[in-house]
Design a binder for this molecule. Sequence first.
Ligand SMILES: *Cc1c(COP(=O)(O)O)cnc(C)c1O
Length: 426
Amino acid sequence: MEKNYKINTKCVQSGWEPKNGEPRVLPIYQSTTYKYDDSDYLGDLFDLKADGHMYSRISNPTAACVEKKIAELEGGTGAMLCSSGQMANMLAILNITSSGQNIISMSTIYGGTTNLFAVTLKRMGVDVRFVTPDMSDAEIEKLIDENTRLFFGETIANPSLVVFDIERYANLAHKHGMPLMVDNTFATPVLCRPFEWGADIVTHSTTKYMDGHATVVGGCIVDGGKFDWRAGDKYPELTEPDESYHGVRYTENFGVENAYITKARVQLMRDFGVPQQPMTCFILNLGLETLHLRMQRHSENALRVAEYLERSDKVSFVNYPLLPGNSQYELAKKYFPNGASGVISFGVKGGREAAMKFMNSLELAAIVVHVADARTCVLHPASTTHRQLTDEQIINCGITPDQVRMSVGIEDADDIIADIKKALGE
Ligand SMILES: *Cc1c(COP(=O)(O)O)cnc(C)c1O
């Protein structure tokens, strides 16, 4: 938007800004194809000399409006929607990493991302070196070499809820001439904007809070536009000619601010073909219009539930970053002054079996393989999302067998607490 509106306003109104007589609501451009007055213009589009849509595998006007909104919410220069959060992380990495190179990643990340990194990217020749939150900079630096291309972490890790010290790792990454990439799914730009702390690339599973109603799977990559890809010789894919576009150089033709996100779209989205569909973008946008209200309520409810659980003697531990005394409390206060999102985790005394029994006894909260929608839900990570990981990997992800992950919804907190109380047998 032209004016520097606050983020609450941007949630509602950024992206689609209708002109005189146009629809008030974002239209669904359900078209794969676009029409041109002359073929020269189309040639220019294919040469990336003109701005416009060619084919909905690469871009679409409905998607473009939602991309603009998300870029404005994060404070980035551009964004690209894609088919899932998994795809967002994969494309964001492959955009600047090739076979034979490596990346550094926090170990405390989403189980699906751990699989992508430790198995699939590895098979593609990209080595992922995992680091733990307790490692010193010097210890991490031992894993960085001339083939290291980026540093990756999650703002609030799913499900360990470890808070990523964005400023610290941005400094470390920049010292080694590489960008910091942050998966901001759990915090959303309403609670934390990683670019303001030095991050260079932000990714999202829009499936979670951005949609917020558990209706559509999607992902997004946002370019911070500040990282200077030309500074070293590490990113020739952005600074040297792209043969598949008659020698376009992304940094030269699109500027440092747009090189990364332009390449992701015109090269990787063109080649992989994993767009978010117009109808899905429309639904996602409806979710984004209330993101600011929902994140506030999710955070308030989660804190109240966490405070309740902390007082219960049926519970072995409670983990919520903004709970005083939590190991993440200082970092959480720094990065999430307005709330630490809706996910909490806790242990039910009696181990794995007690945790399962508790979950089966809930009525309002449902057992689902999902987090971050309007309805309160629970999951047992050790036997579901992290089932494919070894015990050692599970513990490295910060998970225990008695652990329940609860995604606190936006119902009345009194009702959520009463449901938990009954299921705990209190
Ligand atoms: C769910 C999730 C993903 C994967 O997103 P999908 O949309 O399910 O592919 C990635 N990162 C985080 C933090 C997630 O919670």
